[in-house]
Design a protein around this ligand. Structure first.
Ligand code: PMP
Length: 461
């Protein structure tokens, strides 16, 4: 470290300490709740993700309505985190509340279909293209099932992913390339999985690397988001999807497109918007308005391949009925009722028009500030999703993110934002709009972003 970078790191450290002290002053009740939670929960809260907030501890939520969250200290936030996309419908949308209330009075789960499921199946095909669908309890579970099917129909073992990816608690995707070497993804701990046997990882947007990996002949599937959203936002290069599709077809490798986050691009995700042709499409999170649910859909040709191994229903052949996917509650009546409300009344085409217009406005203001101040930062906006990154240009792949990312500055931004009443995803600089996001919400972000830039400028970092 040079003297200048050491001094900068020390300044950032001091600023983060100041913001965390301010956070503690503003949130005495959340602080007490956190202390209490640590007595009961393995990592202090019901999910270990909840401890990742930069204030030093999570706020404890009182209510969440529309695009706003209120904590037990009475602080109000404009929510651009939206449950890391789980609440992309906005909090407590009326249609979902009504549907869920109605269904819970009629039974939550019976391991039987309801008439709502017929509507949902048809609507999924209308949005994402004609497919055969299965519902799961999460996107993670949908990815696991998709991988299992890919292995069943190809007889191959490996999953090829892109460095910097995240697809949930799917072991095969917990790998990355760092310093030219393949290893466990940052912050994933060794867990006795033999990753060499089950995965391969290459850089996003690198066609030659994909082709070389597929040439080994042992890749059951490529699992990818259409644009990468979990390591900053990494846009896709022109022509990459076509090359990926061609290469996977040539190699007999199943292409799984994970739309869990990119459902923010439009009613049929990035796939429908750009005419992608995945063998298996996966989504989750917002799809049932916050009731746990995921989906995966096989195109007709892939379904035929699976049916040759596990034929469609014949209840007398009990041995062929078990696919090995989890999910007793999957496709339960409650989740299906919520999904119908989301698809019919919440994530509608007009809702996307509003979400995307607000995202464009948010990104334009951020870019304007960055431009006026001559900062080496950028804002990417794709659909309803925006990413502010402290590097001059959008990354092309995970390596660019590793080289350019400034974790301390991100932590400072997160802590400052919370103190100023803005929530963004705690893992990087990602913001999302929902149907309830208003112009005033977007402008409040713009004001807070300007104040953040002022803080950083005044401190000379
Ligand atoms: N796929 C993608 C692209 C995701 O971003 C995530 C979660 N961040 C998942 C899958 C897993 O979702 P869940 O944790 O709800 O299973």
């Amino acid at each position: 470290m040079t003297v200048a970078t050491e001094a900068r790191a020390a300044t950032l450290d001091r600023l983060i300490n100041d913001e965390q002290a301010r956070f503690l002053r503003l949130h005495p009740r959340s602080a007490a709740a956190w202390r209490e939670g640590r007595r009961h929960f393995l990592y202090g809260a019901p999910s270990h993700w909840m401890r990742r907030w930069a204030g030093g501890f999570p706020i404890c939520v009182d209510t969440a309505l529309g695009a706003h969250v209120r904590d037990i200290d009475g602080c109000d936030y404009v929510d651009f985190c939206l449950g890391d996309t789980g609440a992309m419908c906005g909090h407590a949308p009326d249609a979902v509340t009504r549907a869920v209330t109605r269904q819970i009075e009629r039974g939550a789960t019976m391991m039987l279909p309801t008439e709502n499921s017929l509507w949902v199946g048809a609507e999924l095909s209308r949005r994402f293209g004609p497919r055969y669908w299965t519902l799961t309890t999460s996107a993670t579970d949908a990815n696991r099932a998709a991988i299992r099917i890919a292995r069943m129909i190809t007889g191959k073992s490996k999953v090829l992913v892109f460095s910097g990816c995240y697809h949930g608690g799917v072991d095969e995707a917990h790998v990355e390339i760092r310093d030219g070497r393949i290893g466990l993804r940052n912050m994933i701990h060794p867990n006795a999985v033999n990753y060499d046997a089950v995965t391969n990882v290459v850089e996003f947007n690198d066609v030659a690397a994909v082709e070389a990996a597929l040439a080994s002949g042992d890749v059951a599937c490529v699992l990818t988001e259409p644009i990468m959203t979990n390591f900053g936002m990494i846009p896709v290069a022109d022509g990459f999807h076509q090359s990926l599709r061609d290469a996977t077809r040539r190699a007999g490798t199943v292409l799984i497109i994970d739309e869990t986050h990119t459902l923010s691009c439009g009613p049929g995700g990035y796939t429908a918007l750009h005419g992608l042709e995945p063998d298996i499409l996966v989504a989750g999170k917002a799809i049932a308005g916050g009731i746990p649910a995921g989906i995966f859909g096989l195109d007709y040709a892939t379904a035929e391949r699976l049916w040759r191994i596990v034929p469609p229903v014949n209840p007398r052949q009990r041995q062929s009925a078990h696919l090995g996917f989890g999910g007793t509650l999957a496709g339960g009546a409650l989740a299906v009722a919520a999904m119908r409300a989301v698809l019919q009344e919440v994530l509608t085409a007009p809702a996307y028009v509003s979400m995307i217009a607000h995202a464009e406005r948010l990104a334009a203001r951020a870019r304007d500030v960055i431009g006026r101040k001559g900062l080496p930062w950028h804002a990417t906006q794709i659909g309803a999703r925006i990413e502010i990154m402290f590097m001059p240009n959008a990354p092309r792949n995970g390596a660019d993110v590793i080289a350019g990312r400034q974790p301390d500055l991100e932590t400072l931004m997160h802590a400052f934002y919370m103190n100023e009443g803005i929530l963004i995803t705690p893992f990087h600089g990602m913001l999302l709009t929902c149907p309830a996001t208003s112009l005033a919400d977007v402008d409040r972000h713009g004001d807070v972003f300007e104040r953040f830039v002022g803080l950083v400028e005044d401190a000379g970092v």
